[in-house]
Design a protein. Structure first.
Length: 758
């Protein structure tokens, strides 16, 4: 009897978020209901892991639409049901998850369908899962989100709970960028996933595909498997790791089942029931078009037709678990499979001995193990499969070292189970040859191959998989440092002039340097009328001089639109201008590597243009309600300026804008000094400096800034870099100077130190 769960106690807590809770309700003959563990790859995997943590919670759907049950305890875990309406089941689950994402991620074996209403439901449902997880997770807890149905959840949890570690594991393949690019809302999906600290995949190729998509579609900087995600506003750049963790099974418990006398007896009985054939060939799959059941049956039918296999002494058993029966492609598949089985049996069965024994139902674990124990050959012929646990379960069920596994090279398991008979299931002749080879393999060869497979499966079980994932997550997800901005200086006391001088001297000796500066408040006094800005001519002159020296790159970085910055500074082409907080980069001097910036810059799309127009409309409404507030439009952003609003207008307008910001999950909202910027491209000054430093091959950089938006630069200071905050306030910079006069002197001193006489 389940008991009501309270919110979890502090301690070592793991919150799993998955589409389904690991239980189903079953109605008993007397009408009462009970919870039973439900089958499936993920459930099988997580069950054993949850037993090993102090406090485990699982957030998921309980399996029926409408009012969910109250949270309850089962098997030592607290289960938190998420509500799904019938419409969500149709749109979020059957629609976007299983008729859009599933086929797209599995090599478009069937055509993916896309409907905007499905997307809306996907977003809404993901948000419900994220809210529940955010409520359940204890402070600095760990949340592990699973699979393609919940790809937006990591970012949504991060937005609410920046203190928790977030892992995501994708159980299915991640498609090559050429295919992934077909997905409408592809960038939202990538950003959703990048809310995690660690994104795990089954195969190396999946992780590589993901990283390539992030680089190509979002333009983020990638170093090996580490992705730099530009921080929002003043937040620092976050690092997200994409890594491979091939999932496995509870190998020992399956192997142990084969010792159970009752299971052994069932295995013997099964062979008898099948008419004591010499050979039994087995397929076990969810009835899914990715599993290659049609190809397998075709090969089997042909082997019978051409007499290579005698149905009198060889039987095929195909177990096909009912799956996603309301999705059209699955209905069609069932019809085709059943028609083919009917044909083969019509042609080749004799009375009491079918050529194919077809079971459209679920088997319990003991029966399944008995089946594996009795199967001489298991066919795993998936056209595309994240991993395929059936392949591993078969191996775990054969401590007798007999039996042959035929394994598709398109299943993730093929990367590890190299001693299997591998096959390209699209090539029916290859498939037939592989089946015949398996059927005729001598016992000694079977033993050799099975020994090697068992070594792999018994050593690398699901506990090891989860441990490896969670260990890695612990190593990289340091929530305190990630969530809180780095603060190195507080107050407003300028640094000791000697410390500034010594930093400048060291910096001036570095072979290749980047000197960059914010504009308003650093090179020009802040004024009420932004168009009347008067930059300090001598400070600009010093920057110009620096830009003409060998080994020096110079950049001006501003929240202003690029064209506006250009018109107020009139810098020569040797100075790089960066506008819109990094979203717009002007022409580069020829010696800099433009392609580095091309991949980091983010472009507008028609979708983003529409979004920007809607935001501008709303900000205009806010500014009309607060006289004096103004809206500035930029190529990729709209900005509400409140410094001229009357009375409390500035505060009220800012509050209204921030309230509105909450409704825009895909927009970067950056509050500054009496401004709130809404950017539809995701970048920051920090990301721009990082890209510019790489493009100019700089060994170190110096940056001058006064605003919160400059903190994204200071927070990524490397050892030789010099970050200088202009004016008061907490900062991640290591040095502080007072004002624009101090900026002018500092730049002039740098010219001296770096110049020929320096
Ligand atoms: P699935 O596509 O569901 O999982 P798979 O890995 O084969 O595929 O797992 C199926 C599980 O269901 C196995 O444990 C199997 O024994 C069981 N099963 C199948 N038919 C059954 C039946 N008739 N009765 C009872 N049990 C049955 C997804 C991905 C996979 C990935 C897993 C885990 O598609 O590629 O391996 O998640 O990450």
């Amino acid at each position: 009897m389940p008991t009501a769960a309270s919110r979890p106690d502090p301690g070592h807590q793991l919150v799993v978020v998955a589409n389904r809770l690991p239980v189903d309700t079953r109605t008993l003959p007397d009408g009462a209901t009970e919870w039973v563990t439900s089958p499936g790859g993920l459930v099988t995997a997580m069950e054993s892991v949850m037993r090993t943590v102090e406090s485990g919670a699982w957030v998921g759907w309980a399996g029926s639409p409408g009012e969910p049950p109250e949270p309850f305890e089962a098997d030592g875990m607290s289960l938190y049901p998420v509500r799904l309406e019938q419409e969500d089941i149709e749109r979020y689950y059957e629609g976007f998850s299983n008729a859009t994402l599933w086929p797209l991620y599995h090599d478009v074996i069937v055509d993916p369908e896309f409907h905007r209403t499905w997307w809306g439901s996907y977003v809404g449902t993901n948000r419900r899962f994220a809210r529940e997880a955010a409520a359940v997770a204890e402070e600095h807890g760990t949340v592990w989100v699973h699979d393609y149905q919940l790809q937006l959840v990591p970012r949504m949890i991060r937005d609410e709970r920046s203190d928790v570690r977030i892992g995501f594991f994708n159980h299915i393949p991640f498609p090559p960028v050429e295919l992934f690019s077909q997905l409408p809302k592809r960038n939202q999906i990538l950003r959703g996933l990048l809310g995690a600290d660690l994104v795990g995949f089954q195969r190396e190729s999946d992780a590589q595909n993901f990283v390539a998509a992030v680089r190509k579609l979002l333009g983020y900087h990638v170093d090996g498997q580490t992705i730099s995600v530009p921080g929002l506003g003043a937040a620092p750049v976050r690092e997200v790791v994409a890594q491979t963790f091939p999932i496995s099974i509870d190998s020992a418990s399956i192997s142990a089942l084969t010792e159970d006398p009752e299971v052994r007896e069932r295995a013997v009985q099964l062979r008898k029931d099948l008419g004591d054939p010499q050979k039994i060939v087995l397929g076990v799959d969810r009835l899914d078009y990715t599993k290659g059941i049609r190809h397998r049956l075709k090969a089997w039918g042909e082997l019978l037709d051409d007499g290579s296999v005698d149905p009198q002494d060889t039987v095929m058993v195909q177990v096909a678990t009912p799956s996603r029966e309301r999705v059209e492609a699955y209905k069609q598949l069932r019809d085709e499979v059943e028609l083919t089985v009917g044909r083969i049996n019509g042609d080749h069965s004799s009375i009491g001995r079918p050529a194919v024994s077809y079971q459209h139902r679920s088997f319990d674990r003991r029966d399944m193990t008995a089946l594996f124990m009795t199967a001489d050959v298991v066919l795993v012929t998936a056209l595309r499969d994240g991993m395929n646990l059936v392949a591993k379960e078969y191996v775990a069920s054969r401590p007798d070292l007999q039996g042959v596994l035929v394994l598709s090279e398109f299943a993730g398991a093929a990367d590890e189970l190299r001693a299997a008979v591998t096959v390209n299931p699209h090539d029916i002749d290859d498939l037939k040859a592989a089946i015949l080879r398996a059927l005729t393999m001598p016992p000694e060869e079977q033993e050799e191959s099975m020994r090697s497979l068992r070594h792999q499966v018994m050593e690398n079980d699901v506990q090891a998989w989860a441990h490896a994932f969670l260990h890695e997550l612990e190593q990289i997800g340091r929530p305190e440092q990630v969530a809180k901005p780095v603060i190195r200086l507080t107050g407003d006391e300028p640094s000791d002039p000697e410390a500034v001088e010594s930093a400048l001297r060291d910096f001036a000796t570095v072979p290749r340097i980047l000197v960059a500066s914010d504009f308003d408040g650093v090179l020009a006094p802040i004024v009420a009328d932004r168009d009347a800005v008067q930059p300090d001519p001598e400070a600009l002159m010093a920057l110009r001089d620096l830009s003409e020296m060998p080994g020096v790159a110079v950049a001006l970085v501003s929240g202003r639109a690029l064209s506006n910055l250009d018109s107020h500074t009139s810098m020569p082409s040797s100075v790089v201008l960066v506008g819109s907080h990094g979203a717009e980069v002007g022409a580069l001097p020829p010696w800099m590597q433009a392609e580095v910036l091309d991949s980091a810059a983010l472009t507008m799309s028609p979708e983003k243009e529409d979004l920007l127009a809607a935001i501008t409309g709303n900000l205009n409404r806010i500014s009309r309600a607060h006289p004096g507030a103004e809206v500035e439009t930029k190529p990729a952003a709209a900005v509400l300026h409140t410094r001229n609003a009357r009375g409390r207008g500035s505060i009220n307008a800012t509050e209204a804008a921030l309230e509105y910001a909450v409704t825009l999950p895909d927009v970067t909202v950056t509050p500054g000094k009496e401004v709130v910027e809404f950017s539809v491209v995701h970048t920051s000054k920090g990301a721009a400096i990082d890209a510019l430093a790489r493009a100019s091959a700089a060994d170190a950089w110096l940056y001058l800034g006064d605003d919160v938006t400059d903190e994204s630069v200071f927070s990524q200071l490397g050892e030789g870099d010099v970050g200088i905050k202009v004016g008061g306030g907490d900062t991640a910079a290591r040095l502080r100077i007072e004002d624009i006069d101090a900026v002018r002197s500092l730049l002039q001193r740098l010219v001296e130190l770096r110049g020929p006489q320096g």
